[in-house]
Design a protein around this ligand. Structure first.
Ligand SMILES: Cc1ncc(COP(=O)(O)O)c(C=O)c1O
Length: 498
């Protein structure tokens, strides 16, 4: 296209927030970079172009001046304004290849955006059966706000860069809490504060695994973990779980070369059973013998409704193979992005240094607020209070399920955590149910989503169809109403398939 045609077809919008001269500047620059306006081409005189476009001459002069200052245009007084003919832009410049942006990424980058690493993000205010969400309606925000505003008033010199392992005071408090509530053996020096357990899992994969190293993950299991480990280069080996937790025997038989095992021993995600003691000892013995690491993701074990929390796997570890991962996402709230690692002593310093490379350290303001929240007793009070509230919410869900869907479902182990897993007795497409429920504003997660893709599993016994239902995020009456509505959706699906 001739340059005059190109410019005369421009439409500048006087209502746009971008000033007119900027719109003209953008259009000419774009034309040059995309080879629609060639190096050496002469631009129309400012007066003529202004008339043609219906703008003031000053607008055109300002656009030309900016493009000249940036080297796109040149010219001499009296001879006119030309596109810089030394620009290495021309026929040889290929338009960008169409298609997904994957080709722009390195092999490593492509693993980050692979569907195996993708995460689900919930939107909007909490509603029934939001998964993995604590009750924000019962969080003491006024206390948190008071402590935070005190932190700001006292911030003084504390707003510079800080220890990548986390604030010493917070690490001491976490070590004391973990020792008393979870039986974790550790000192503050073994703790590294992270931006959620997600970063902890990513650090583990990045610092301890070579590309292609085999990793056992539970099947069904937590996508956040397999995604982070996959992005770090691991070869993900899904290992079935049974009533006692991860099947160490199957893992040892099919993937004896694994360097790392990811597990949720207190509350298997998503099915909910806790790993039996014989299985724990078998796993630790296998890991010690093979010098493999065991990751214990202890994400919601504070919430057990028929007794005190179970002791951690780490508390049984005599050989320093267990890496304990914790999060504040379930006790406090996910948006806080605070989690931590408890590392065998020989790894703590390396992890702190690795963490510094990723993001220097986690926000010190939120760490300080959390330390105050813990040291002043609010943390333990909040756990105690939410345990009572969630006991009620959990009971309400179980009763409603029994009443509305009792003949349709089997509940998986159901005495802890923030969600319940159920399986349908008669065949049902749980993805179709998830979609139909979503159309009615009911948020459920299909259980089949949490099983590894079929092609990856030599060990698959069949994917049950079922649902995961969170119960902590909303009051019991909302959950009861949602169970009723869900039962209606299910009946409709059954009827339409007859
Ligand atoms: C098994 C498991 N681990 C950890 C987490 C918490 O992740 P984060 O600390 O990154 O919020 C969740 C949240 O849903 C989870 O389900």
């Amino acid at each position: 296209m001739h340059i005059a045609d190109h410019l005369s077809s421009l439409e500048l919008d006087p209502r746009s927030p971008a000033p007119l001269f900027q719109q003209l500047y953008d259009a000419i620059k774009c034309g040059i970079l995309e080879s629609r306006i060639r190096p050496g081409a002469q631009l129309p005189p400012s007066r003529g172009l202004a008339r043609q476009l219906g703008v003031s001459r000053q607008t055109v002069i300002a656009a030309y001046a900016q493009l000249t200052a940036e080297g796109f245009l040149g010219g001499t007084v009296g001879r006119g304004t030309f596109v810089n003919d030394l620009l290495p832009i021309g026929a040889s410049r290929k338009p960008p290849r169409p298609g997904p942006e994957l080709h722009l990424l390195s092999e490593r980058g492509a693993r980050f955006v692979d569907h195996r690493a993708s995460m689900v993000t919930h939107e909007g205010a909490p509603r029934a059966f939001r998964l993995g969400m604590p009750g924000l309606d019962v969080f003491p925000f006024s206390v948190w706000a008071r402590l935070e505003s005190r932190c700001w008033r006292q911030a003084g010199a504390d707003l510079g860069y800080a220890d990548p392992a986390g604030l010493p005071r917070l690490r001491e408090l976490l070590a004391a809490h973990l020792s008393s509530s979870r039986g974790v053996h550790c000192t503050a020096e073994q703790i590294v504060v992270t931006s959620g357990s997600q970063q902890a899992l990513f650090l583990i994969g990045t610092l301890l695994l070579a590309p292609g190293d085999a990793v056992w993950v539970e099947d069904p299991g937590y996508r956040g973990a397999s995604g982070a480990l996959y992005a770090a280069g691991a070869r993900i080996c899904p290992i079935p779980v049974d009533a006692e937790g991860l099947s160490v025997a199957l893992g040892a038989q099919h993937h004896p070369d694994a360097r790392l095992v990811y597990s949720t021993p207190s509350h298997q995600y998503p099915l909910g059973m806790s790993m039996s003691l014989p299985r724990r000892l078998e796993l630790l013995a296998w890991a010690a013998h093979h010098e493999a690491w065991v990751v214990e993701d202890d994400y919601d074990s504070e919430y057990r409704y028929d007794g005190p929390p179970l002791a951690s796997l780490q508390s049984l570890d005599k050989t320093g193979r267990v890496i304990y991962v914790g999060t504040l996402s379930k006790i406090l709230f996910p948006g806080l992005r605070l989690g931590y690692l408890v590392l065998p002593p020989g790894l703590a310093n390396a992890f702190a240094r690795g963490k510094a490379v990723i993001d220097r350290h986690t926000s010190t303001v939120q760490q300080r607020v959390l330390a105050a929240f813990m040291s002043e007793g609010h943390f333990n009070r909040h756990i105690k209070r939410t345990r009572e509230i969630y006991t009620e919410r959990h009971g309400a869900l179980l009763r409603a399920l029994d009443m509305e869907l009792g003949s349709e479902i089997d509940l998986a182990a159901a005495n802890s955590g923030l969600h319940v897993a159920l399986a349908f007795r008669r065949g049902l497409d749980d993805l179709a149910l998830e979609a139909a429920a979503a159309r009615r504003g009911i948020e459920v997660r299909a259980l089949s989503r949490l099983y590894a893709p079929r092609e990856n599993v030599a060990l698959r016994t069949g994917t049950p169809s079922g649902l995961l239902l969170g119960f902590a995020a909303v009051p019991a009456e909302d959950t009861r109403a949602a169970v009723k509505a869900l039962s209606g959706v299910l009946k409709e699906i059954r009827r339409s398939r007859q």
